[in-house]
Design a protein around this ligand. Structure first.
Ligand code: CTP
Length: 403
């Protein structure tokens, strides 16, 4: 999975011959899992049709401030489009559009979106070689970069005019790679190794039965995705779950029992920078595992259970540079219990879920959490999707490791 997966990309197209390449660009963005909306300058529609781009992006294409001419006119809000975008790419960016962008001229929808956007903005200058070298073009590019916009330089080669030189728009594959690398370079967890546990563990009773719990693994998988999206290299050790993830930065290691999870975690902990243990590990396992299926001969069956190893506590006792995060699922005396676990297991941060809160805990899409750190700082959050809880948790960890 690409770092662009799930990102909202607004592609701004201005009127250069390279606009024909934007069809491939949209396809590539969609292929890596991004959501794409296209805003065209009116003149660019001479070079590539809105129908092609709306079909490929699976979204309407915008080129004016209203969608209809008459009294049914619908406003295409430049503000909403700008806020929707996680990043904007203007490609091709012609001399005309570059000059208007750098001077704050705002006479079409694309320019208005550019001016109102708060996200990172990339631009790919494209024009004939002498236009590209013209001092005013160079000045526009310089000014735009001084405002924090990111230039994807033109390449050299044969140009539409037949001349050979600098001014060709970078190839769509190279533009996608450029943006991916740029985002990764600036990602706060770039180069960090994050170890995560997720899901339940199953403790065998006999060859067909086990003791387990209702954990879906959703929270841990969301934490893994959020970490990878921030540039981390993730090892996700998961008990049996239906969750799926496919991301080039996430290595999934499936395990079954608490002992399997313990062994896998210890294999990766030493080289980890951050460990987040969200798994619902069984606290007890049958002392003896029957080799054959247990028959129902008697009217009662007594199983003797023994404690599993506490994985989190074992990490707390050996941790060096690692930032260690645990979870506490509580039903009563929540804060005291969570604080006691934080101390007893030598954690940097604990995430408290209370089962008293509706929508928190196992098998839900949402969670309501409180973070408690080792300096006793308590941060309480509203009920949120587990995706957003994962983002909040990573933000908190980044804040703490950079403090
Ligand atoms: N945990 C673990 N290994 C275990 C049990 C728990 O790593 N054998 C971890 C969980 O992944 C979680 C944290 O410990 O991050 C807290 O789990 P929880 O069940 O709330 O607490 P326990 O320490 O097991 O205490 P109790 O069940 O008595 O509340």
């Amino acid at each position: 999975m690409s770092i662009l997966s799930g990102k909202n990309i607004l592609l701004g197209i201005s009127a250069g011959i390279a606009a024909y390449k934007t069809a491939s660009l949209v396809r590539l963005f969609v292929k890596v899992g991004a959501n794409v909306k296209v805003v065209m300058t009116p003149a660019s529609k001479e070079f590539v049709t809105p129908l092609t781009l709306s079909t490929l992006s699976k979204n309407p294409v915008y080129s004016s401030f209203t969608s209809d001419e008459d009294e049914n006119a619908v406003w295409n809000s430049h503000v909403d489009l700008g806020l929707w975008a996680d990043l904007i790419l203007v490609a091709p960016a012609t001399a005309n559009t570059l000059s208007k962008m750098s001077n704050g001229i705002c006479d079409n929808l694309l320019l208005a979106v550019y001016l109102s956007a708060k996200c990172p903005i990339y631009f790919a200058p494209t024009m004939d070689l002498d236009m590209y070298k013209h001092p005013s073009t160079l000045e526009s590019c310089k000014m735009l970069q001084s405002y924090g916009n990111i230039m994807i330089p033109a390449t050299s080669g044969e140009l539409a005019s037949g001349l050979v030189g600098e001014g060709r728009m970078a190839e769509p594959e190279d533009i996608v790679a450029f943006i991916e690398n740029d985002i990764l370079e600036k990602s706060p967890l770039k180069g960090k190794k994050v170890l995560i546990t997720a899901g339940p563990t199953y403790e065998a009773i006999d060859p067909v039965r086990f003791i387990g719990n209702h954990s879906s693994g959703k929270m841990g998988f969301e934490i893994a995705k959020a970490s990878a999206n921030l540039g981390a290299e993730v090892v996700l050790i998961s008990g049996p779950t239906h969750q799926k993830v496919s991301h080039s930065f996430i290595k999934v290691i499936p395990v079954v029992s608490a002992q399997d999870m313990y062994d896998a975690v210890h294999q990766y902990f030493e080289t980890s920078d951050i460990a987040i243990l969200s798994a619902a590990v069984a606290d007890f396992k049958p002392k003896e595992v029957a080799l054959q299926k247990i028959k129902k001969k008697e009217s009662t069956l007594t199983l003797e259970l023994e404690k599993t190893k506490d994985i989190l506590a074992s990490l707390g006792s050996i941790k060096k540079q690692q930032f260690l995060v645990g979870f506490a699922l509580e039903t009563n005396n929540e804060l005291e219990n969570a604080k006691a676990k934080l101390k007893a297991k030598n954690l940097n941060l604990i995430v408290l879920n209370s089962l008293k809160d509706k929508g928190a805990g196992f098998k839900t899409e949402t969670n309501k959490v409180t973070f408690i750190d080792d300096k006793d700082t308590i941060s309480e959050f509203q009920l949120k999707s587990k995706t957003d809880v994962a983002k909040d948790l990573l933000n908190e960890i980044i804040k703490q490791i950079n403090a």
